[in-house]
Ligand binder design. Sequence first.
Ligand SMILES: [Zn+2]
Length: 354
Amino acid sequence: MNDSLCPRWKGHPLLSKKKAKMQQLFMDRRVQLFLGKFLGGELDVLNPVIKKTGYHYPGVEPFVDDPDESESFLSMLQEHGLINSEVVGLLAQCGNCKSYELDRFTPSRRGKIEKTEKATWRCRDCGALLDEGGLVFQQVYSYNFSKRGIDEISDRLVVKPLRDFLRERGYSTKSPGKLLGESDVEHVFDILASSGNPKEGMLAMDFVVSEKPVEESHVASMFAKVYDTAPLKSVLVVFPGLTRDARMLAEQYKIDVVETRNISSIWIELRKVIPPVDELRYEPLDVMALLSLPDHLRKTATVTSNLGKATANEISRKTERARAVESGYLNQLVRMGYLKKEREGRKVLFSVIS
Ligand SMILES: [Zn+2]
């Protein structure tokens, strides 16, 4: 069995269009994350929510850029045999302008215009008066995942094996997961893992599926999120691997990298960088650790330790350094696992792990 994720089809003379399209599908993070929900059992049936203004699929909206893309995204998955649809209802639309906003209309008794006699609906958008024949009916579907379709490709779906691994190591996981950054911007990671207690360390994981070595830009964009949210550990999983420069950048940024061509060997690779959940914790800042820090960070750590819990502003007043500079040092210490960062309302507080 060849369960290589990526390069097998590349340049193959018999590469069929269908397979090439399928390959594109696996490189699409939206597809990976969405099918991961089905495979993980979190999503069983995707039902539409029907409103007066039409219908939509809240279950798929987190995965598409624009809610209007939901249906084309779903029908693309259906074309590939990965999900099945079922008609769950018919929705009446104005035959004139396709609006769903129809009001019941009662013809006036006082003998107005004859044309209105038969009308039973009035379109709120274009004002047309419509009888049954003037309406069109839109079929509305629910979707469930095709076990057969997904079994065939499950060796190329990455979210489930990643979450299975994390679960086996004792973590609770969320996919995708959101973390609020210091800048007040909410960042999305493909998977967030923790012991279940959000006060303890978070592990943030992103993945990239590509047909060629992945470049620095992916590492840099993950770092931007990591910098703002300071998870205790950040891991980038890459299929098939990073370029040399990208690997060096990840090392510099302290992002752990797992590179693999095979889903089947991914556990071995993950085990090298991801500790069991009870070992993912902040290190108490003891004397030895303190001594090993460069002077500028030692000053930050000492002041924070003396203040107990404090904001970057309060700490910078004591160290007499610019707040932005101090904030950079504080976050560095957080990423090193020596300081803890938590939010209380609008405040971001730093403290020493004890
Ligand atoms: Zn209309």
